[in-house]
Structure formats: structure tokens, C-alpha cells
Design a protein around this ligand. Structure first.
Ligand code: AP5
Length: 216
């Protein structure tokens, strides 16, 4: 099945999509993580997007759409996928609908206060890309990923100025897609305000029902 994880920066898309990938077996495809991987490796893509991402801006539709179309054509995405961070503009949503339409869009809703709190304490793993939080999801050993033992770091775009730009972009360009998906009948809203275990319990139930309905 094909799920889009949708929501504001810090709503918990990456955290929940990682859990869903483990539980349901679909690949977790995060455009942010693809870009950060390219930046880490210093590839031409990484060099191209570095300044845009660090300032909180959006990478062009042309580049992002091409990259996602290529990734969804890979063999591991044949039976389904969990897209995290794409689409973010109407152009991206229309492109996805044309080349590989979604079954459901999981819209994780969280207040501004929550997302700011989450982004300010987030730490990412350099090796596996998982996100942790100094207070809400601390690792057993500070600075070390519980999942793979990788080193944790703070994202450059989690600085206050970049977060402000990301939230503005979300409100002006991405949030309007809620109406687009409501009209397509694929939007499923999940309350993302509670702690991570509680949100996951609800989300897992929702996804199980959607998967069973599909198989029935
Ligand atoms: P991307 O990586 O997609 O960033 P984002 O959308 O801003 O989302 P975040 O990763 O900040 O938040 P999240 O919702 O995944 O939250 P998380 O689970 O980590 O994109 C980065 C950049 O790449 C963009 O700004 C843009 O420049 C570019 N880009 C990417 N896709 C693009 C596209 N399609 N088009 C153009 N440009 C694109 O959780 C946050 C923190 O909270 C973590 O510390 C976590 O541990 C914690 N947490 C999670 N859930 C909970 C909970 N329920 N309770 C308490 N803490 C929680």
C-alpha cells in the first residue's frame, strides 16, 4: 500500500514512518533524508541543495519530483511505500497523482508549541538517519544512536531562523494540500500531539484497519 506521511516540520512524520516501516514492511522514503545523505556524501545533488536546506527553503519541484519518481520505480517500492516529506507543493502532489497515486495520506496534526519544542531538542543519527530527542526520546547513551550505535548531531536547519522559514513554507505551500487530499478522499487525520508511544498506538491501529480493508 502507498502511504504519504504529511504534517508540519516536527509533527513526527519521520519518527512514525520509521516505526510503520518496521511494522508493515514498506520502505520508508524520506526526501529530507535523501537530501541529507547526498549532503553528507558531498555528491553533486548534495552540493546543489545544501544552502537551500540549511536556510529552511524548499528544493525545486523539478529536482525533487524527478528524484522521487526514480526512487518509487525501484523494485523494493513495488508492493508499497511510506513517503515522508513529499509532496510539499501542489506541483509535487499533482506529479505523484500522475505517476504513482497514493492510497492514503496520514496527516499528523501537532500544535506550533509542540513542533517548536520537538525541533529544538531533536538529535539525528549520522548513520541511520533516525531522530531522537534530548527530553522526549533520549538515547540510552547520550550522543549515540540506540538503533545502530551511530553518532548523533543537530540538524543545521533546526536553528531558530531556519525553523521559522520552514514553518512559513509549510503554512503557505504545504498545508493547503490538506484540501487537495480531502477532495481526493485519501486524507486521514491522526492527532500527533501526545507522546510518541501514544501517537504510535493510535496510528498503528489506523494503518492496520486501512491495510485489512484493502485486503478484504
Ligand atoms: P524533512 O527532513 O522532510 O523535514 P521536515 O518536513 O521539516 O520535517 P522534520 O524532519 O523536521 O520533522 P518530522 O515531522 O519528520 O519530525 P520528527 O519525526 O523528526 O526536510 C528537510 C528539508 O529538505 C526541507 O526543509 C527542504 O529544504 C528539503 N525538502 C525535503 N523534502 C522536500 C520536498 N518534497 N520539496 C522540497 N524540498 C524538500 O520529530 C521531531 C522531533 O520530535 C524528534 O526529535 C523526535 O524524536 C520527536 N518526536 C516525534 N514525535 C514525537 C512525539 N509524539 N512526542 C514527543 N516527541 C516526538
Amino acid at each position: 500500500m502507498k502511504f504519504v506521511f504529511f504534517g508540519a516540520p516536527g509533527a513526527g512524520k519521520g519518527t512514525m514512518a520509521a516505526k510503520a516501516a518496521e511494522t508493515f514492511g514498506f520502505p520508508h522514503i524520506s526526501t529530507g533524508e535523501i537530501f541529507r545523505g547526498a549532503m553528507r556524501d558531498g555528491t553533486p545533488l548534495g552540493l546543489k541543495v545544501k544552502a537551500i536546506i540549511e536556510s529552511g527553503g524548499l528544493v525545486s519541484d523539478e529536482l525533487t519530483i524527478g528524484l522521487v519518481e526514480e526512487r518509487l520505480a525501484m523494485p523494493d517500492a513495488k508492493a508499497g511505500w511510506l513517503l515522508d516529506g513529499f509532496p510539499r507543493t501542489l506541483g509535487q502532489a499533482e506529479a505523484l497523482a500522475a505517476f504513482c497515486p497514493e492510497d492514503h495520506v496520514i496527516d499528523l496534526e501537532a500544535s506550533d508549541e509542540k513542533v517548536l519544542d520537538r525541533l529544538s531538542g531533536r538529535r539525528m543519527c549520522r548513520s541511520c538517519g533516525r531522530s531522537w530527542h534530548v527530553r522526549f526520546m533520549p538515547t540510552a547513551k547520550p550522543g549515540i544512536c540506540d538503533h545502530c550505535g551511530g553518532e548523533l548531531y543537530t540538524r543545521d536547519d533546526d536553528r531558530e531562523e531556519s525553523v521559522k522559514v520552514r514553518l512559513e513554507n509549510y503554512r503557505s505551500q504545504t498545508a493547503p494540500l490538506q484540501d487537495y487530499y480531502r477532495r481526493r478522499g485519501t486524507l486521514v487525520t491522526v492527532d500527533g500531539e501526545a507522546d510518541a508511544d501514544s501517537v504510535w498506538t493510535v496510528l498503528k491501529g489506523v494503518m492496520e484497519r486501512l491495510v485489512s480493508a484493502r485486503q478484504a
